[in-house]
Design a protein around this ligand. Structure first.
Ligand code: HEC
Length: 174
């Protein structure tokens, strides 16, 4: 009796273990496929440069807003406009460094950067350079205090933002 029972148990041991593993697996699978698979790749390993470029654009946006705010005022603070333009100038020069290969939506990242950035890198660089140039002009013009001229140059600089966004940034802001 004993030998039979032992053998019987041994024979059962493997299939039972397999069943346990399988049912565990079966139970976990639907959840794993629904939640873990895709986001693990996308959310887990966003390179720091993605955050950097977002922060850089946010700061550019704030600086531009500050300039427009001053130009809406009766007595604009031209020193502040010049400082904001200089800030934009520095940040514009950094833009091309913030788009290394592997940081697009095609790589699974949530970003408004369009594939055109990597398809036409020279054009993208030129668009960034346009902002470098226009912001430099604004920075040198602002201390003169000619409101109309400063406002016109701020508009020209805004055109550099729009020129790049139209081609290289996903338009989903409303
Ligand atoms: C050379 C191209 C280029 C220029 C020039 C440019 N931008 Fe952008 N901007 C982008 C791209 C591309 C994104 C999307 C980045 C991403 O999602 O990774 C962006 C995103 C932004 C954002 C959103 C940041 C966030 O929170 O994600 C703001 C705000 C912004 N830009 C403002 C400006 C302003 C203001 C100017 C001009 C003073 C400007 N940009 C000039 C390409 C440009």
């Amino acid at each position: 009796m004993l030998p039979f029972t032992a053998r019987h148990l041994l024979a059962l041991a493997a299939p039972v273990a397999m069943l346990a593993a399988c049912s565990g697996g079966d139970a976990a699978d639907p959840a794993a496929e629904g939640t873990a698979a895709a986001p693990a790749a996308a959310a887990g390993e966003a390179p720091p440069v993605l955050k950097e470029r977002e922060e850089n654009f946010e700061a550019i946006g704030k600086a531009f807003k500050a300039i427009r705010g001053q130009l809406d005022a009766d007595a604009p603070d031209f020193a502040l406009i010049a400082a904001s333009a200089t800030d934009i100038n520095t940040r514009a020069a950094a833009i091309p460094n913030h788009f290394p290969a592997g940081t697009s939506t095609a790589d699974g990242f949530k970003t408004e950067a369009l594939p055109a950035i990597w398809e036409k890198p020279e054009e993208f660089k030129a668009a960034a350079q346009k902002l470098v140039d226009e912001s430099a002009k604004l920075a040198s013009l602002a201390p003169g205090g000619d409101k109309a001229a400063v406002a016109a140059q701020a508009m020209a600089m805004g055109g550099a933002c729009k020129g790049c966004h139209d081609k290289f940034r996903q338009d989903d802001e409303k």
